[in-house]
Design a protein around this ligand. Structure first.
Ligand code: ASP
Ligand code: MG
Length: 406
């Protein structure tokens, strides 16, 4: 007997027929003698629709009300799945975020889970009852509903798995695993049997939307093994595991890209101590994540350009925030550009091998693609390039690193 958390994404619960198919998978685990908690997303498209309603009402909205609107999608699917399970003779009930409760911080719209009191659920699971939990939602310190950021149901599932001491956390989605790159762009992309938490983290953070970044962070922190698999096939998926579980490590495991980037340049910012802090402080206070940053040395020792990237979502707020500090910062101009893409090559193997970055630059150069910003980490090299080169760049790199399927 095992304790399992199963998570089903939006396409897996897109309509009643699919919810019934999900129920069949849940029942199969119950019949096999396992204890099961299920985390569900909203029906495909529903969250977008809800976000759309909010944006129709207001552009700079109250995030607490945003949360109370967008959290409803998951509530619908959890109730429906519990009903279908009951009809199939499975004892099941829904547990909303506040009923468990799943405590989060107060960062509405992208809250972090701080604590889950899973005792009562633990008792029910032991009795063989199935818990159906709407992903994406929690309870903030202000006693109001919070949401965990787009794709947050993955995080709900991993957090719940960790809190319940689950043996497995299976993330069912519409792809059958994690690929070396997006198969829609590169038909020769290959499915990986295993990937490390760290690589998955980098893949997720740069746009491989299979798993939400925070979900992977949390899995890594708690050593929670994950499996990403399809709810539309019975093939094994990709296991996300610790590095020592992977015997033969490739140099580069994947190429990821993110179109969700926007570049902001402050032209002629004063070149003196404290300026970077003055710019990034207010952005951090506004919970805006800044990713890539480049700053040049000024030739005259007085003014320099500073470029950084934020997600598209945060662009308007980032610009508004910077502009409200314009007098203190004393820059000459602010320009932004959202027609950019961040492309990354990822692999834990590059820790012990030189030349990975060089191969990337060379490959892009051969295609005549100009690199605007570069950033690196221990296991990743990222470049920002013009968006129209996305496909060309990803394909060329996939081939260059020998990732194409035979
Ligand atoms: N429904 C939410 C979203 O689309 C959360 C999720 O599905 O993970 O972002
Ligand atoms: Mg998702």
């Amino acid at each position: 007997m095992a304790r399992i958390v199963q998570k089903f994404g939006g396409t897996s619960v897109a309509d009643i027929e699919r919810i019934r198919a999900v129920a069949v998978r849940v029942k199969a685990e119950v019949d096999a003698g396992n204890e099961v908690a299920v985390v569900v997303s909203a029906m495909a498209g529903v969250t977008n629709q809800l976000v759309g309603y909010v944006e129709e009402v207001a552009t700079l909205y109250d995030a607490r009300e945003y949360d109370s609107v967008v959290a409803t999608g998951e509530q619908v699917t959890s109730g429906l799945l519990a009903l279908v399970l009951q009809q199939m003779g499975v004892e099941a009930r829904s547990w909303l975020g506040w009923q468990i409760p799943i405590h989060t911080d107060g960062a509405h719209g992208k809250a972090r889970i701080s604590r889950i009191d899973a005792d009562e659920m633990d008792q029910r699971l032991k009795k063989g009852h199935v818990a159906v939990v709407p992903g994406f939602q929690g309870l903030g310190p202000d006693n109001r509903i919070t949401t965990l950021g787009r794709g947050g149901s993955d995080t709900s599932a991993v957090a719940l798995a960790a809190a319940l001491g689950a043996d497995r956390c299976d993330i069912y989605t519409d792809v059958d695993g994690v690929y070396t790159t997006d198969p829609r762009i590169v038909p020769a992309a290959r499915k990986l049997d295993k990937i490390t938490y760290e690589e998955m983290l980098e893949m997720a953070s740069v746009g491989a939307k299979v798993l939400q970044t925070r979900a992977v962070e949390m899995a890594m922190k708690y050593g929670q093994r994950l499996q990403v698999l399809s709810s539309f096939s019975d093939e094994p998926g990709t296991l996300v595991v610790d590095e020592d579980e992977i015997v033969e490590q490739e140099l580069v495991s994947g190429i990821a890209y993110s179109r969700d980037e926007a570049k902001i340049t402050l032209v002629k910012v004063r070149d003196k101590p404290g300026v970077a802090a003055a710019i990034f402080g207010p952005l951090a206070d506004a919970s805006i994540n800044v990713d890539m940053i480049v700053q040049n040395v000024s030739d005259d020792g007085r003014a320099t350009d500073l470029t950084f990237t934020v997600t598209m979502n945060d662009l308007d707020r980032a610009v508004a925030t910077i502009e409200s500090f314009r007098d203190d910062l004393g820059y000459e101009d602010l320009v932004h550009d959202s027609k950019v893409v961040k492309i990354s090559v990822i692999g834990v193997g590059m820790r012990s091998h030189a030349g990975v970055a060089q191969q990337m630059f060379q490959t892009l150069a051969e295609k005549g693609i100009n690199i605007q910003v570069i950033s690196t980490s221990e296991i990743k090299v990222s470049v920002l390039v013009e968006e129209e080169y996305t496909e060309l760049a990803v394909r060329a790199l996939h081939t260059a690193y020998g990732l194409d399927a035979e």
